[in-house]
Design a protein around this ligand. Structure first.
Ligand SMILES: NC(=O)C1=CN([C@@H]2O[C@H](COP(=O)(O)OP(=O)(O)OC[C@H]3O[C@@H](n4cnc5c(N)ncnc54)[C@H](OP(=O)(O)O)[C@@H]3O)[C@@H](O)[C@H]2O)C=CC1
Ligand SMILES: O=C(O)C1=N[C@H](C(=O)O)C[C@H](O)C1
Length: 265
């Protein structure tokens, strides 16, 4: 039986890549899309998707009520993605969420809803396998080199800063890093923001430039040495294997999983 999928954000950079991936995958069927601008049309009416006879809904609730779907993929913006995901869980449709920028309270609320409904959900700050390895290597390194800073670099159309990946990396580093005040104890920012944002003492610096896609370096320092763990996504195809895997795995879950590393074999 093919897995029936709804995608929200089909005209976006990630959404359009996901539409192509799902359409090309034999075990998946794209049954509907949610798009705030093209309700009532079909994907084939939009320029990038000739031949795709897939209905578009503006109202997510109407979509979830009307369409028989197993999995819902969200690739939109944080607040909208949160509402979509809540609604999908209420309709027992398994969400796979790539949208970044959810607060920890929002993730906790979705966790509760997922458990209450017994409907699996995957939220992945980064679907690229290399990025997941970068985070895991950084977590290991932080045990031995607790002085660490994160530099994330993205295209200049990105709405959220720091990136979901940087936040997740900092959280994973916290699991092994000794609690320490980094830099000079009398350090003073002459210009606000010069030392970046911080998550429990781990500094995060966000760069936004045209020409970039998604890149991150985790820099560690010790006496007489540095270690840099670096990952680059050069296009959105880099994320699609992770989306595909998540769609398959979410069907067998009855709670929320946060991070692709938890479903990689
Ligand atoms: N987890 C991962 O591996 C990855 C996650 N991401 C995340 O995925 C999300 C999408 O990224 P990307 O494709 O680059 O972004 P885009 O801006 O290219 O696409 C966003 C889509 O969301 C739609 N959208 C925006 N605002 C609303 C709204 N208020 N209601 C409904 N739809 C809306 C846009 O439609 P419209 O044209 O109408 O505005 C557009 O189709 C981001 O949160 C990004 O951080 C990105 C890459 C990888
Ligand atoms: O907006 C993006 O492009 C990306 N967003 C995700 C994030 O915030 O970490 C994943 C990846 O970095 C690309």
């Amino acid at each position: 039986m093919p897995i029936n999928i709804i995608i929200a954000g089909p005209r976006g950079k990630m959404g359009s890549e996901a539409v192509q991936m799902v359409s090309n995958e034999e075990s998946f069927t794209l049954v509907a899309c949610i798009d705030r601008k093209n309700g009532g049309k079909a994907l084939k009416d939009l320029e990038p998707f000739p031949g795709l006879d897939v209905p578009i809904f503006e109202d997510p609730e109407q979509c979830f009520q009307t369409v028989d779907a197993d999995v819902f993929i969200d690739l939109t913006v944080p607040d909208v993605g949160f509402e979509h995901t809540k609604l999908a869980l209420l309709y027992d449709i398994h969400p796979v969420v790539g949208t970044s920028g959810f607060s920890s309270e929002q993730v906790a609320a979705l966790e509760d809803l997922s458990v209450t409904h017994g409907t699996g959900c995957i939220i992945a700050p980064n679907f690229a396998v290399g990025a997941v390895l970068m985070m895991q290597f950084a977590k290991t390194a932080a045990k031995y080199l607790p002085d660490v800073e994160i530099i994330e670099k993205h295209h200049d159309q990105k709405l959220d800063a720091p990136s979901g990946t940087a936040v997740k990396t900092a959280n994973m580093i916290q699991e092994t890093r000794e609690n320490k005040q980094q830099g000079h104890p009398d350090e003073k920012e002459i210009l606000d923001g010069a030392r970046g944002a911080q998550i429990e003492g781990v500094h995060i610096h966000s760069v936004r430039l045209p020409g970039l896609v998604a890149h991150q370096e985790v820099l560690f320092g010790g006496p007489g040495q540095t270690l840099t763990i670096k990952h680059d996504s050069y296009n959105r195809a880099s994320f699609m294997e992770g989306v595909k895997l998540s769609v398959h795995k979410v069907m067998g879950l009855n709670k929320l999983v946060y991070g692709l590393e938890n479903i990689l074999e």
